[in-house]
Ligand binder design. Structure first.
Ligand code: 5GP
Length: 226
């Protein structure tokens, strides 16, 4: 067994446990860049990754499932969550409110699990202020303006007016690409999933995320006790 297995929350080496603190993987992109597909594929292939399901006051779109895509809540419930400091970050988008419930994230991270977030640049900035060390920010770009427009139109769930607003929001979202740690050009979804998985793998091995390494290396240097 390798000394440190990147996926589980801990590994036992020479009888010692090296625990890993979980990380927060944020995927942001203009809508229509393929982020949802990438997120679903990552979640399906990585048992140590949990999706952070946001709350929103927006009504569900056809096909959206409460508890999977979002927790769809009333304005009153949202205001209560805000007042109780139960949201790790929150933002207004198109007149609707969105937020990340705090409790699951904090529990998962301290158990060594990793969380995946599909949030916009405003939410990402807030997480950077409160949890910079745990945060890994990935921005996904569409391969071209034509492709972005095509993907937005073929969603066909929204009115022309909403599509126009989405295009404007896309341009705004993309202006924040340089605030992210990694940027992926989503030309091919298989390749993009593999690239995000590689980022995750490398970030899990960061020295600072692994607790107990000092003691472990110290023990290695002293030699095995007789
Ligand atoms: P949609 O209504 O199309 O599902 O999402 C609109 C935008 O809100 C997307 O850019 C999405 O990333 C963002 N969003 C979804 N959930 C959250 C959240 O909890 N916090 C923040 N800051 N943005 C969110």
């Amino acid at each position: 067994m390798s000394v440190i297995d990147p996926s589980p929350s801990s590994a036992v080496a020479e009888g010692r446990t090296i625990r890993r603190r979980g990380l927060m993987l944020v995927l942001s992109s203009p809508s229509g860049a393929g982020k949802t597909t990438i997120s679903r594929r990552l979640l399906a292939s990585d048992p140590n990754l949990t999706m952070s399901v946001s709350v929103t006051t927006r009504p569900p779109r056809p096909g959206e499932v409460d508890g999977r895509d979002y927790r769809f809540i009333s304005r009153a419930e949202y205001d209560r969550l805000l007042a109780d400091h139960a949201l790790l970050e929150h933002a207004e988008v198109f007149g609707n409110s969105y937020g990340t419930p705090r409790a699951l994230v904090e529990q998962t991270l301290s158990d060594g699990g990793d969380m995946l977030f599909d949030i916009d640049w405003k939410g990402t900035q807030q997480l950077a202020q409160s949890a910079r060390k745990d945060l890994v920010r990935v921005f996904i770009l569409p391969p071209s303006a034509e492709e972005l427009e095509r993907r937005l139109y073929t969603r066909a769930q929204d009115s022309a007016e909403v599509i126009q607003r989405r295009m404007a929001k896309s341009a705004d979202e993309m202006s924040h690409w340089a605030e992210y740690d990694y940027v992926i050009l989503n030309q091919d979804v298989d390749e993009s999933v593999a690239q995000v998985a590689a980022i995750l793998q490398a970030e899990r091995l960061r020295r600072e995320r692994q607790e107990g390494l000092f003691e472990f290396v110290d023990m290695l240097r002293r030699g095995r006790p007789s």
